[in-house]
Design a protein around this ligand. Structure first.
Ligand code: MG
Length: 388
């Protein structure tokens, strides 16, 4: 394998740090070109020095000087602001762009990288939820390969590798069920931020952990799968699998089902996106089936987790509706993390924004950005009203 040069957008977050751990194990195969962060200046500086990055971007311009001063003696170039991310990500020296920023904020830089024909290691699922049709058609036009980093989608991608192009009959998207899987609806309605942040299997950032508690994360993943694999919503089945060993499955016309397995460790999916189509060693925990004993499965509860139904209906509606759903969810999750609203108000806000949305069947990119802004605004109004 030739040495691959990598940009990590969001290097100080959970996925970014795990990506650097993958690179740490294969320094001869991967070179860090660009690292970006929103606010975590100290960690960005230490990462840039350890991995001898070519350049960094600190998105918060107020922290530019401290980062630039720290990196100047190391001859590492420092830039500030989101526009710098969009500009630098197109650089000739970059082969792979890992999109591990949080939420809709990742869309502009992902589009810049796609237009530059980069290989995208896609961790930022909200990009495809908000603008899947646009991103996928730009990727085709500019021959940018999009490799999934979300564990379920990496699993599906791997399950498809041996299929010689056969049509997918069904995708079985596995879900851990999150921290409230066994709770009653009554108990969930009183769940606190701390309880929602305790994910049983995966260690992740706070936004995605709340999304896992509401199961909106699985809703976003249904939409992500539709765009990555061209599979309509009615062929994407969610199955709750509390052990998180099977990361997802693909069923073919003959009823044969291929599953991909491993202990929950995001580094596997990150590394595979970096090394594809090759496989490299990784210092992770290997499966011991005799010790596992059994795996269990159950149907998701659409009543306890209304986010799932909202995601299926947004996908069916199409157009800008999935963008609206995503924006409302981002605003509501942020409010829940600040203890401004209760747990079920997250999905209530999403539902309200979806039913009041200005629907556009074939949105262009400007319409997507406008829908996102407008929905954030409407959701904020609702949040204020709920607090009164
Ligand atoms: Mg996932």
């Amino acid at each position: 394998m030739n040495k691959k040069h990598i940009a990590i957008l969001g290097s100080t977050g959970s996925i970014g740090r795990q990506a650097l751990d993958v690179i740490r194990q294969h320094r001869d195969l991967f070179q860090v070109e660009l690292l970006t962060a929103n606010n975590s200046a100290d960690l960005l500086v230490s990462q840039a020095i350890e991995f001898d990055a070519n350049a960094v971007v600190i998105c918060n311009e107020d922290r530019y000087k401290e980062v630039a001063d720290a990196l100047n003696p190391h001859f590492i170039k420092t830039f500030a602001g989101m526009q710098s991310v969009c500009d630098l990500v197109t650089g000739d020296s970059i082969d792979i762009v890992l999109t591990s920023m949080v939420g809709f904020s990742g869309l502009a830089s992902t589009i810049a990288a796609v237009k530059a024909g980069k290989t995208i290691a896609l961790a930022n699922k909200e990009t495809l939820v908000a603008a899947g049709e646009i991103v996928m058609s730009l990727a085709k036009e500019h021959r940018a390969r999009i490799l999934p980093v979300d564990s379920e989608h990496s699993a599906i991608f791997q399950c498809l590798m041996g299929s010689a192009g056969a049509d997918i009959e069904k995708i079985h998207l596995t879900a851990s069920g999150g921290p409230f899987r066994t709770w009653s609806r009554e108990a969930i309605s009183k769940a606190t931020r701390h309880e929602a942040l305790k994910h049983p299997n995966w260690s992740m950032g706070s936004k995605i952990t709340i999304d896992s508690a509401t199961m909106m994360n699985k809703g976003l993943e249904i939409i992500e799968a539709k765009w990555l694999f061209g599979t309509p919503g009615d062929k994407i089945n969610v199955v709750v699998h509390p052990e998180s060993i099977i990361h997802s499955m693909v069923e073919y016309a003959d009823g044969s089902v291929i599953a991909q397995m491993g202990h929950p460790d995001m580094r596997e999916a990150i590394q595979f996106a970096f090394s594809f189509p090759e496989r490299l060693t990784l210092d992770n925990r290997k499966l011991d089936f005799a010790q596992l004993g059994s795996l269990s499965f159950q149907a998701p509860d659409f009543d306890k987790f209304p986010a799932l139904g909202l995601a299926y209906s947004a996908l069916e509606k199409g157009g800008n509706m999935t963008c609206v759903m995503n924006a409302a969810n981002e605003a509501a999750v942020a409010a829940f993390l600040q203890d401004k609203i209760s747990f079920y108000q997250i999905t209530d806000i999403v539902e309200e924004c979806m039913s009041n949305a200005d629907f556009v069947k074939h949105p262009d990119l400007d319409t997507i950005f406008a829908s996102n802004q407008e929905t954030l605004h409407k959701a904020e109004e609702t949040i204020k009203r709920l607090q009164m």
